[in-house]
Design a protein around this ligand. Structure first.
Ligand code: 13P
Ligand code: SF4
Length: 304
């Protein structure tokens, strides 16, 4: 059985010495999320906090694109990524050259790019979106058409929430694409309908059609904390329910869930190692970062 206390103690002590903050995504395991993280949240909140923090060092307990986003917004800070191989199937689904081709193919159509992408892809985009603000940001853009890339299912869900014509790409999240509508129907039958189904918009349309509520991880949290449903199926990464279960004892969380192998690459051990060695550090080419920052800042300006 893992014994976490010595690692938690050493990390929290080193954070003070280094003037570091740990930003943890909602999909981080409870032994990170509830012990060493200073700021926890969805991709949108982590981007906002990365831009605001006074700390000199940011440790990103999440995946690589989140660390890049922090570096883009805070180029003067040291951004540490405890596991450089913590990638994302969505970020891997599109390149900067693909975005340039899309711009040629759809001249004048704004390109709204999910934050789950590389800095180079953001640099070719007009604005970024997260699952927490996609509809709001897309509705703020000029024209009747928008390219919403690279998550096909997020784009299809946005299309149901806006009057604009939404043009999608073919990327998928390897965690959320595995859920099926039939799986959800079977759970409704098993619990005789006495269950609330909450799904992430990265899920396929047949899954979202079965859900009672669709939203980003922060919106899922708000729903659970506000509504206190008796029994919940969180159609997303497993740690989401683990973390919410700790603070919502009246809510019963039911499987299924899927693990994100990339999020799981972050551990207390490699967080400590990164604070000891101040490595691995995330670097983004300043020219790319400058253009990517415009897209991220345009997103952050919406709703302010
Ligand atoms: P949000 O936390 O923004 O909903 O994103 C989910 C996700 O898959 C991040 O990798
Ligand atoms: Fe990427 Fe999906 Fe993992 Fe999020 S859960 S990091 S979108 S693969």
């Amino acid at each position: 059985w893992p014994f976490h206390a010595p690692l938690v103690h050493a990390i929290n002590r080193l954070k003070k010495e280094r003037n570091a903050v740990i930003l943890a995504h909602n999909y981080q395991a409870p032994e990170i999320f509830h012990t060493v993280a200073d700021i926890v949240g969805d991709s949108l909140l982590l981007a906002r906090k990365a831009a605001e923090t006074d700390a000199e060092v940011i440790v990103l307990a999440g995946v690589h694109f989140m660390a890049e986003t922090a570096k883009i917004l805070s180029p003067e800070k040291t951004v540490l990524m405890p596991a450089m191989d913590a990638g994302c199937s969505l970020a891997d689904s599109i390149t900067a050259a693909d975005v340039r081709l899309l711009r040629e193919r759809y001249p004048g159509v704004p390109i709204a790019t999910y934050v789950n992408t590389s800095a180079a892809v953001k640099a070719e985009s007009d604005v970024c979106i997260t699952s927490g603000n996609a509809v709001e940001v897309i509705n703020s853009l000029p024209g009747d058409e928008v390219l919403c890339i690279p998550d096909e299912y997020l784009a299809k869900w946005v299309a149901t929430q806006t009057t604009k014509k939404v043009i999608a790409w073919k990327g998928h999240c390897e965690v959320h694409e595995r859920f099926t509508g039939d799986q959800l129907k079977a759970y409704r039958t098993q619990f005789k309908g006495d269950i609330t189904i909450i799904a992430h918009p990265e899920c396929p349309p047949d899954v979202l059609a079965e859900a009672d509520f669709v939203g980003s991880t922060a919106k899922m949290q708000d729903y659970v904390e506000g509504q206190q449903p008796k029994r919940v199926l969180l159609i997303t990464e497993c740690s989401m329910a683990d973390n919410l279960a700790a603070t919502n004892p009246a809510v019963e969380f039911v499987r299924p869930c899927n693990l994100c192998p990339h999020m799981r690459r972050i551990t207390l051990s490699n967080i400590l190692e990164s604070l000891v060695t101040m490595q691995p550090e995330v670097h983004v080419d300043p020219a790319v970062a400058g253009r990517a920052r415009l897209a991220v800042e345009r997103m952050l300006a919406v709703g302010r």
